[in-house]
Design a protein around this ligand. Structure first.
Ligand code: R5P
Length: 294
């Protein structure tokens, strides 16, 4: 039973929504910045002996929000919280899950280590980018739950678009896990494309036969960051005769002009969730979090 839900500065609206669904008190800690750039946090209520869920999403300023996470969770434990459940809707650094070049930091491993070190008792994430690390339990030593928002995204598409002979497409092989779930919800087929990453914002989608001619396509991915993946996937699908293309993702990071590029490539719509607050966050993950914490 959760006694109190705390919202970090990256996820305050989401925290309030979760609090309402669970009928649990919400606390927004005092967070300020010193003139030299250091962060200051203060827990303004007595949380001693209480089970606290702390929601903090590591989007856009991952280092900033991570630091806040460390300061808050350590303080909660220091003030006598019975249990701290960390809820991280968007888990940054998961893509650097390996030493690709000699000397690189394995960031995913380091971040998880620090999250445990400050006293997190249990962790909840949503559609974390799991690739070479296949399960959170391989990297965390505390109970770790990777929830999914994909059924909600698919339901949103089903409700708001009249699809003709739909097919769900994952833009790369890793996206099969999400394409499969969306396809089930939409009662449609799915397929995945083959992607080669050329650089941080450049990808190549290999051309191959995909059965999309005159069909509406729902692309499903975990993250839209620079939009490079979606743009290349849309171009390839259009060349193969796809009709309407709806680009969906759990985490609409949308750096710089990613959204414009995706629309320019020919997307009918772009749909994301509020793990990352954005202009396309039409789907709220509040119910997914509330259900998991209940
Ligand atoms: C990587 O494999 C992920 O699943 C996404 O496809 C990727 O992060 C999207 O990034 P971008 O929008 O920069 O292509």
């Amino acid at each position: 039973m959760i006694d109190i839900i705390l919202g970090g500065s990256s996820a305050q609206v989401l925290t309030i929504k979760v609090g309402r669904l669970l009928k649990t008190p919400v606390l927004l800690p005092e967070i300020k910045r010193f003139p030299d750039g250091e962060k200051y946090v203060r827990i303004t209520e007595d949380i001693s002996g209480k089970t606290v869920a702390f929601i903090q999403s590591f989007h856009h300023q991952p280092d900033d929000f991570l630091m806040e996470y460390f300061l808050i969770v350590d303080t909660l434990k220091d003030l006598g919280a019975k249990k701290v459940l960390g809820v991280v809707p968007y888990f940054a650094y998961a893509r650097q899950d390996e030493r690709f070049k000699p000397g690189e930091a394995i960031s995913f491993k380091i971040v998880t280590k620090l999250i445990e070190e400050v006293g997190t008792d249990e962790i909840y994430t949503i559609d974390t980018h799991l690739h070479r690390v296949e399960k959170l339990s391989e990297i965390f030593h505390i109970p770790a739950h990777n929830l999914t928002a994909v059924p909600l995204l698919a339901k949103y598409v089903k409700k708001n678009f009249k699809l003709t002979d739909p097919i769900v497409i994952g833009p790369d092989e890793e996206a099969e896990q999400w394409a499969k779930v969306a396809a089930k919800e939409l009662e449609a087929e799915y397929d995945v494309l083959e992607k080669e990453r050329l650089g941080p914002s450049e990808v190549r989608i290999k051309t191959r036969e995909v059965d999309v001619k005159n069909r509406d396509v729902v692309i499903v991915d975990d993250i839209i960051s620079t939009g490079g993946t979606m743009v290349e996937a849309i171009k390839m699908l259009k060349e193969h005769g796809a009709k309407n293309i709806i680009a969906t993702c759990t985490h609409p990071i949308l750096v710089k002009n990613a959204l414009t590029k995706i629309y320019q490539a020919g997307a009918l719509a772009v749909i994301g969730t509020d793990t990352v607050p954005s202009s396309v966050s039409f789907v709220s993950v509040a119910s997914v979090i509330a259900e998991a914490l209940r």
